[in-house]
Design a binder for this molecule. Structure first.
Ligand code: SAH
Length: 223
């Protein structure tokens, strides 16, 4: 990442970013590698200019098309749950590229990231941002991620940043043995779930974690 991109305007100052990282620590995020990557990633680049002054607040922000860039706490938390539960992760699937912010965090921690988004213009913008940041280990696909990325094989790790009412079979099917899925589930009330595929079988262990608020996982795609 070049320093020009990072410096930008005053709001990207190290102090502003350090404050956000301190908040994440206060809220219980403990993975040093996740904190380091979040502290070094310019979140303002993932927002339209009119909102970029709010980029380092710990809050979800609109990215257009009725979608939101997730709150930094939840990005950090989901990433640390994924890394903590999965053991060595070489490739991960993300459902819901959105702004590309979560994608960019994953891409700095995991060798290969595949991400699916159903709204084409969001995907186009995310692609440009990832290019600006020089993150080349990401593949994006315009598709309904409820079906995973069928021809990409099995994944040790899958993360969804949109909430289905119940866990899509397509995502369970794409988990490798001992692979983990981190996903918000529910309609009015949602909880983060950590699902682990136990061995080779179709046996899954589910842990219900904290309450969360995500946009819904919708079916089909839009241009
Ligand atoms: N990770 C994103 C969060 C974006 S909000 C970020 O950091 O900005 C969730 C995203 O999931 C939205 O962009 C929405 O369009 C997308 N989404 C919802 N249902 C989907 C589906 N079935 N397949 C792929 N993407 C989906």
């Amino acid at each position: 990442m070049n320093s020009l991109t990072l410096e930008g305007i005053g709001m990207t100052s190290k102090r502003t970013r350090d404050r956000l990282i301190q908040r994440l620590i206060d809220q219980g995020v403990s993975s040093q590698e996740v904190l380091d990557v979040m502290g070094n990633t310019p979140r303002h680049l993932f927002l339209d200019e009119a909102l970029s002054h709010r980029a380092y607040e710990d809050t979800a922000l609109p990215i257009g098309y009725g979608q939101t860039l997730s709150q930094p706490y939840i990005v950090a938390r989901m990433t640390e749950i994924l890394l903590g539960a999965a053991g060595k992760l070489d490739r991960v699937l993300e459902v819901g590229t959105g702004s590309g912010y979560q994608t960019s965090i994953l891409a700095q921690l995991i060798p290969e990231v595949l991400s699916v988004e159903r709204i084409k213009p969001l995907q186009d913008k995310a692609r440009e941002r990832l290019r600006t940041l020089g993150l080349r280990n990401v593949q994006l696909k315009h598709a309904d991620g409820g079906f995973g990325w069928p021809d990409a094989g099995l994944f040790n790790g899958i993360i969804s940043t949109a909430a289905p009412r119940s866990v899509p079979q397509g995502l369970l099917d794409q988990l490798a043995p001992n692979g983990v899925l981190v996903i918000p589930v529910g309609a009015d009330e949602q909880h983060l779930q950590l699902i682990v595929r136990e061995g080779e079988d179709d046996k899954f262990r589910t842990q219900i974690l904290e309450p969360v608020r995500f946009v819904p996982l919708l079916s089909g795609v839009t241009r």
